[in-house]
Design a protein around this ligand. Structure first.
Ligand code: ATP
Ligand code: MG
Length: 378
């Protein structure tokens, strides 16, 4: 998958720009606060359906304007594609596919696939379980659109079930509680089975990348930490029954706390190095290697599903990695499309065939101007 061009108007600090990308490595560089991450944010919007850093869509609209637009043209093995989005301050954002409006954001997810790696992902090992669940959910959603629907349904059932658990005894509708428990148990079985399959692939690829990166001194292992423990995730009925009995056996506690204590909203990934939980025992460097290996693995799994690599978006992470990890990334990704942001051209200057894009104050400073600058200096 290749991004050809992104066109932005009134998006963050970018008034009006068209930026073209080439195959291989693209380096967006410039000083701080110029709009480099804003460009990656816009591209990733089409992979995830929402911004990776804004709380509200309206934050994406340029100060003083009412509507932001972004248009992404890309090529995948099925052919060329065009996705657009219109973000109005006062109405929900609208996505377009090949100029036709789509009804729901979830309809475009999976259409354009990208793997984002940003500084906050370096904490993926140490951060709370919700960060690892989000990693899983975002990655899986791009591959299996049905998963997004399952999650949305699950969250709504969970919310309803919790509302009943919070009620006083006289008001509580126990029949409804049973209905929600049953529904939740089925959804848990379906979601856990998909997550389990993904985690097995993740474990396989992380082992490969981590061992290559660190010359095989330590062996990583990623397993699924799930309420139902070791289980046959293929057996839907028995998995569902296992969840249902967890819910039923613990109903008194759940009523006491007014919240659902079991289910896939409690899932986590257990990440170990040489048998030790890396949350507690890994050094910073090991955690960086692991998070990097997880992102590379995400790319491989995406390729396995779709038959082609997603676009890799690296926001400012290279400056946070040491030279050997930088070299590892550069030697591994150059055959794919990567869009990297950073303050300077740095290590890339010696790398052949890079497309350099300089950003200043939300504007692309094009190659002609740069050349003139250099000629001017001479
Ligand atoms: P760094 O190197 O520090 O990561 P960057 O080039 O990645 O910088 P961005 O995060 O892309 O910077 O852009 C930040 C700039 O965008 C800031 O100057 C910020 O004030 C501006 N900005 C953010 N949201 C808006 C908005 N809605 N309208 C106008 N400008 C905005
Ligand atoms: Mg940035």
């Amino acid at each position: 998958m290749i991004v050809k061009q992104i066109e932005l108007s009134d998006f963050r600090n970018i008034e009006n720009e068209k930026i073209e990308f080439s195959e291989g490595i693209n380096v967006i560089y410039g000083e701080n606060a110029q709009g480099k991450t804003n460009i990656l944010e816009a591209i990733y919007l089409f992979a995830r359906g929402k911004s990776f850093r804004a709380f509200k869509d309206k934050e994406l609209v340029r100060f003083g304007s009412n509507t932001a637009y972004a248009k992404l043209s890309y090529v995948k093995k099925e052919g060329e594609g065009l996705l657009g989005v219109e973000i109005n301050k006062n109405t929900p954002k609208r996505f377009y596919r090949n100029k036709v409006r789509v009804n729901k954001t979830s309809e475009i997810i999976g259409e354009f696939r990208a793997v984002l790696f940003c500084p906050s992902h370096l904490g993926i090992i140490k951060d709370s379980a919700s960060v690892r669940r989000r990693f899983l959910d975002v990655a899986i959603s791009q591959l299996r659109p049905i998963y997004i629907k399952m999650l949305a349904k699950y969250n709504s059932v969970l919310e309803n079930r919790n509302a009943i658990l919070k009620m006083e005894e006289e008001q509580r509708d126990n029949l409804m509680l049973d209905v929600y428990s049953e529904e939740m148990a089925y959804l848990c079985a379906d979601i856990a089975s998909i997550r389990n399959e993904y985690i097995k692939k993740l474990d396989y690829w992380v082992k490969i990348f981590f061992e290559e990166m660190t010359k095989g001194k330590e062996a990583p292992k990623i397993t699924y930490e799930v309420n139902v423990g070791e289980n046959d995730f293929e057996q839907r009925e028995s998995l569902k029954n296992r969840y249902l009995s967890l819910l039923k056996d613990n109903i008194d506690r759940e009523i006491k706390y007014g919240v659902t204590l079991f289910g896939i909203h409690k899932d986590d990934l257990k990440i170990e190095l040489n048998g030790k939980d890396s949350r507690f025992y890994s050094s910073q460097g090991q955690q960086r290697s692991l998070s990097l290996a997880m992102k590379m693995a995400e790319g491989e799994i995406s390729r396995e599903y779709s038959g082609e690599y997603p676009v890799f978006l690296f926001d400012d992470v290279l400056s946070e990695l040491d030279d050997s990890r930088k070299r590892y990334i550069l030697s591994n990704i150059k055959s794919r499309q990567v869009i990297i942001t950073g303050c300077d051209k740095g290590v890339f200057e010696s790398t052949e065939k890079c497309n350099f894009i300089k950003i200043e104050n939300g504007k692309r400073i094009n190659a002609d101007i740069l050349e003139n600058e250099i000629i001017g200096e001479e």
